[in-house]
Structure formats: C-alpha cells, structure tokens
Design a protein around this ligand. Structure first.
Ligand code: HAM
Length: 472
C-alpha cells in the first residue's frame, strides 16, 4: 500500500508572505529606510538568537514576554555539556532535546540560563549588547541605529499577532537624554505613517518616572493593590506581580482586570521634578513639530527596561491588536548590561505586519510591480534574437518575461495579459526578415513597427510614467 503523503504546513503563528504581497512589504521597508536615513539613522544587523540571559535581564523576568513567550532552547552544540552540568547539579533533565514534555519552564528550571539561547523576542536588548561589545560609545556623537527583521514570541495567534512577526525599529544611544531626541524619534514615525497614507492613528504618550521617583510610586501602587477588595478581583498572574513587580499589573491585557486598573493611581501624577520637567519639555517639543498627541497616564508598556518617556501609536483600523508601534526611553539599560555608565537610550519598534494591514486598509498605495515586456517569439531564427533583446532590456532595468518554450502568438498575448505585462515584443519570421520589431501596447492594443534603436525609448517612456504614478 502506498504510504499516505504528509502535507507540511507552516507552524502555527507563522506564515508565508507571497507575491504580489511581498511587493508592498518591500515598498514599505524601502520607504522606512529612506525616512530613517533622512533622519541620519544607520542600519545595524544583529543575530536572530542570543543568550537567554540577555533578554531575561533587559526585558525583565516578570514580563509576559520573558515568562511565557520566549522560544528558548539549549544550544544543540553544547548539549552534552549541558546534560553533564545539569547532572552534576542533581537536576538532570530527561533527554531535553527529544523530550516533548521538556517545556520552556522545565528548561529554565533545570538548566543554568547561561547555557540557553533564545530566538529574539525584540531587538533593543541585542542593540545594547552590540553597542557595548563594540565600544560604540567611543564613536562620535549619538549612535542612531535602525533594524529590520523577524522577532519571535509564543503568543496566542490572532489577526495582527503572530509567533514570527516583523519589526522595524530604531534606537538612539548616547550621553544625552534631551527630550528633543524623544520628540524627533516620534516625529520620524509620524512622517513614515504619512508616507504610508495611513490617516487614522493616535499617538499616546506618558512618563513612567525614573529610579528616583518610581520606587515611591511602586510602593503606593503595591499598597493599593494589596487591599483585599482589589486583590481578590485580580487573576493569579497579577496577584503574584503585586509582590514581584506591581507595574506589570498596569499592562495586564485581561479584560476583567481593566476596571480595576482604571482606579489605580497614575504614575504621571507621582513624578519627581526632573521627570516632570522632562515630560513637559517632550510635550512642547512635540508641539513644536506639530505632532498631535494624547496623554495616556497609565501607559507603562510591557517591558521592564523603560523609564521616563513611553509611547505607542494605535490605529482603530487594526482591531484588537491595535498598536502599530511602541517605544520609550531606557536610560540605564546599557549600564545594567555591563556597559559604560551614563549612556542613555530611547527607541521604538513598529510591527510591520500591522503597518501592512493598515496600508492595505487605507488603499492609497499601489506597490504592484508589473512586467514591462513579454517577449513573444516564434521560430528558430527568432529565438536567439529574443534572448539577446531580453538581455538588452533587462540590462536597461526593465522587467522582462521571456518564455522558455515557443508559444503561439495568441497564447503568448493571453499569458502576457494575465501576468499584467505592459508590452509584448513580437518576434516572428516577418520581424527577423525585415529587421523591424513589433511592439504591442496591451493597455490599448496599439501595435507599432519600430527599429531596435527605438525600443528602449518606447519602453522607458512607459516606465517613467509608472514610477510617477506608483511607488516602485
Ligand atoms: P513592543 O511593544 O513589544 O516593543 O513591540 C513593538 C511593536 O511590535 C508592537 O507595537 C506591535 O506593532 C509589534 N508586535 C509585537 N508583538 C507582535 C506580534 N506577536 N505579532 C505582530 N506584531 C507584534 C518592543 O519590541 C520594543 N523593543 C520597542 C522599543 C525599541 N523600545 C525601545 N526601543
């Protein structure tokens, strides 16, 4: 009996992005790069996986990201060593690499964190690690870095939320924490949103204080949360966080906890004088740049490294997962990771998957890349000419489809129309004998006989039109 064929599918929460959709993704990435480079940001590329401890320490062990969502595994190369180590510690795991029950939690329990690697759930920690590793503080001025790439979080998949998703982010690292830096970064994001012609969006801003004022606020929050009438209404995660990290209760996503969160003291009302001044200046800097904002006094964000400025841009067109992007200031993170003292940082990351949804919804960008010329050839003598002319056109930057096999002209026209070609270059016996080419414009069916010398001119004219009307 024939063995049933297994059909492989993409893993839950991951997906394939296919043409023609990839054209819009590429357009968006090109546009984002252009905007960020106009603000003098330069690209940094860091590895897709890092030591688990880097994320645990930067993002915080009590965050959902670290506690529940990281793809963590023992580095296969070091497995023997790990098993030996774990054995020595008396906590030997059962074949961690093959044991289906060896869950993330158990890996964490049995293996020392420095033996584990994690697929990056975000890139700020990696950028700070790279900044320290390469002594980038010795380079002149602020380091303004951007990145583009996949991130991994084991969240419950839904529209706009994936386990492999794509972020474009930017970070500014240096010795200054001037609110103008925060405002310029936010302005840059709004410029990008404008280029994408996304009209419905809201910028939410807040300040979550510093190491000076936040501990006092956290105590106040904890005291409030410990009140039996409040504590009893919280779920087990939040109840635990009241003791371990009460700020995390503020960004709980549970609907039933939202009414309680609404009643909690607002961090922005407990800022020290320096933080208040920083926040006020941020607001005037945004006003100077004509960036409209809404204050969100309970916006603390889901990662532990933030201080002072936090922000998010949401869009109602996105549904439940409405955050297009988010970010904030993280002065002190570089030092906490073992880097030089006094380095300040601020950055954001935007969800590409969500931007693409918002761009599609706005219906203002057409990034489709059309084929310029379909070469229809018939006959042995026409074929070498078809190969040669296709090359001439491609060298001149035109997109050309050259059928590998001879096709009747009628069929070739059909195919050309189906793939959206603008022109068909016809090469048959007549054309070879007369050394004149036939060029058919598919939009209106107009057919012309031209000399080879005129070919590029004809095609170029159309190509220019196209770049004027669509953002290639
Ligand atoms: P984040 O808020 O965790 O921040 O993520 C930023 C953006 O990534 C979100 O606003 C959302 O658009 C997108 N995103 C997050 N998770 C998913 C998911 N599962 N599926 C689809 N999109 C998602 C950070 O990652 C920080 N590193 C931002 C930052 C940079 N802060 C300072 N510098």
């Amino acid at each position: 009996m024939k063995e049933a064929r297994r059909q492989f599918r993409a893993i839950k929460g991951t997906r394939d992005i296919l043409p023609p959709d990839t054209a819009l993704w590429n357009w968006f990435e090109r546009t984002a790069r252009e905007v960020m480079e106009a603000y003098n940001f330069a690209e940094i590329r860091t590895p897709i996986f890092e030591g688990t401890e880097l994320f645990a320490r930067s993002i915080g062990v009590e965050t959902d990201v670290v506690a529940k969502e990281m793809y963590t595994f023992p580095d296969p190369l070091d497995l023997d060593q790990i098993v030996k180590l774990a054995g020595e510690s008396g906590r030997r795991p059962r074949q961690p690499q093959f044991d289906a029950e060896a869950t993330q939690a158990r890996l964490w329990d049995v293996l020392p964190a420095d033996q584990l690697v994690t697929l990056r759930p975000e890139a700020t920690a990696s950028v700070c690690r790279a900044y320290i590793e390469h002594g980038m503080q010795t380079r002149p001025g602020d380091q303004k870095l951007y990145y583009v790439g996949p991130m991994f979080r084991r969240e419950r998949p839904q529209k706009g939320r994936y386990r492999q998703f794509y972020q474009i982010g930017a970070e500014v690292l240096g010795t200054s924490d001037a609110p103008a830096i925060d405002a310029e970064l936010i302005e840059m994001l709004t410029v990008l949103i404008g280029r994408c012609k996304i009209e419905k969006w809201t910028l939410l801003i807040n300040s979550i204080g510093c190491t000076n004022c936040r501990p006092k606020y956290v105590e106040l929050l904890r005291a409030e949360l410990r009140k039996p009438e409040i504590l009893s209404k919280l779920g087990p995660d939040s109840q635990r966080r009241v003791e371990t990290n009460p700020l995390r209760v503020m960004d709980s996503k549970l609907t039933e906890e939202q009414p309680i969160i609404e009643t909690l003291p607002k961090i922005s009302e407990h800022l020290c004088a320096e933080c208040r001044e920083h926040y006020d200046k941020l607001k005037s800097e945004l006003a100077l740049r004509r960036v409209p904002f809404t204050e969100a006094p309970r916006l603390v964000r889901g990662l532990d490294y933030y201080m002072r400025t936090t922000f998010e841009i949401t869009s109602p067109v996105l549904g439940a997962q409405n955050a297009l992007c988010g970010g904030g200031r993280y002065d002190g993170l570089v030092e906490m990771l073992g880097g030089p003292a006094g380095i300040k940082g601020i950055g954001f990351a935007l969800g590409e998957d969500r931007f693409i949804d918002a761009i599609v919804e706005a219906k203002k960008i057409d990034a489709a890349r059309a084929v310029d010329v379909f070469v229809a050839w018939m006959g042995e003598k026409a074929y070498p000419e078809a190969v040669r002319l296709a090359r001439v056109l491609r060298d001149a930057g035109r997109a050309v489809e050259l059928p590998a096999k001879e096709m009747k002209f009628g069929k070739a026209f059909e195919r050309a129309a189906k793939i959206g070609a603008r022109y068909v270059l016809i090469l048959g016996e007549d054309e070879i004998a007369s050394k004149r080419l036939t060029l058919k414009r598919l939009a209106d069916g107009v057919q012309e006989r031209i000399a080879e010398g005129e070919l590029l001119e004809h095609i170029r004219a159309v190509a220019n039109d196209k770049t004027n009307t669509s953002p290639r």
